[in-house]
Design a protein around this ligand. Structure first.
Ligand code: ADE
Length: 271
């Protein structure tokens, strides 16, 4: 086998962009009315491994644990009328102060103010708390890298027509959207954010360089990849990739990334 036959990872210049290096596990708390939704994704693949090897401390909480009525209701009719229900701020405030301060629900449920001695309070000092909403800033690679450098994140998943505005203002430090479409709730967006962030933590993706050597890290879509066999059903791997000429390979990849970006995402090129 010649050098050109073996698929070879491209050297990355993206470490310069600042690979995050938290010393302890990153803690992520998720608040949702569908905690079971996260049971599958959290246990499989690299996320599961990150959780078991101490890179990730993922805790999923049922928002209904902070309700006070026997129906465990998290929503109410909108002031001003209109269709749909709105998520209640009292439940969100209690849940957020409980999770931020590592207190059990009983310490905050039904309170009309922060629990005694709370370091983190609604409207006050609080960990990075992301509310997933179509009204948010787009989730980008840049934002994922910024969040990956935090010691902990709290993710809030909304449902129903919306969430009381006071939760947007006083609980969330960030509002993030998965894209210009409306999902049934924030869970899918939260799961996407967890994956985008956790894969940037050191050791999660085996090759430390690879998370950066991809679409968006350098503002371009990623170039095409090939592996063996060199010919499959008459379809050949481009000759340049088998040439062993690293300079030509790098030039080809740069050109392909540029072409793809121009064709599919000209907005990334600023035009
Ligand atoms: N919840 C509903 N739609 C959403 C979106 N597009 N992004 C984030 N959270 C959402």
């Amino acid at each position: 086998m010649s050098a050109g036959d073996s698929p070879e990872p491209a050297a990355s210049a993206r470490e310069a962009a600042g690979t995050p290096s938290p010393s302890a596990a990153m803690r992520i708390d998720v608040l949702t009315i569908f905690p079971d939704w996260f049971a599958g994704p959290a246990d499989v693949s690299l996320l599961g491994r990150a959780a078991s090897d101490g890179t990730l401390d993922l805790r999923v909480h049922d928002l209904r644990d902070w309700t006070t009525d026997r129906h465990r209701s998290v929503d109410d009719a909108p002031y001003g009328g209109g269709a749909g229900m709105v998520m209640r701020p009292d439940v969100w405030f209690a849940a957020a102060e409980s999770v931020w301060n590592d207190l059990p629900p009983a310490a905050t449920v039904g309170r009309d103010g922060p629990p005694p001695g709370a370091a983190h309070t609604v409207g006050g000092e609080r960990p990075r708390t992301v509310l997933l909403t179509p009204r948010g800033m787009p989730l980008t690679q840049r934002l994922a890298a910024e969040l990956a450098a935090e010691p902990r994140l709290v993710l809030c998943c909304g449902r129903y027509e919306g969430i009381d505005e006071r939760v947007h203002e006083q609980v969330a430090t960030d509002e993030v959207s998965l894209g210009d479409f409306v999902l049934l709730g924030g869970e899918v967006a939260a799961a996407a954010l967890v994956e985008a962030v956790v894969r940037l933590l050191p050791g999660v993706v085996g090759n430390e360089a690879s998370p950066w050597d991809e679409s968006f890290s350098d503002g371009l879509l990623e170039y095409p990849h090939y592996t063996r066999p060199a010919r499959l059903r008459g379809l050949d791997v481009p000759e340049v990739l088998r040439s062993g000429d690293h300079g030509r390979v790098a030039a080809w990849r740069a050109e392909q990334a540029e072409l793809l970006t121009r064709r599919r995402r000209p907005d990334l090129l600023g035009g």
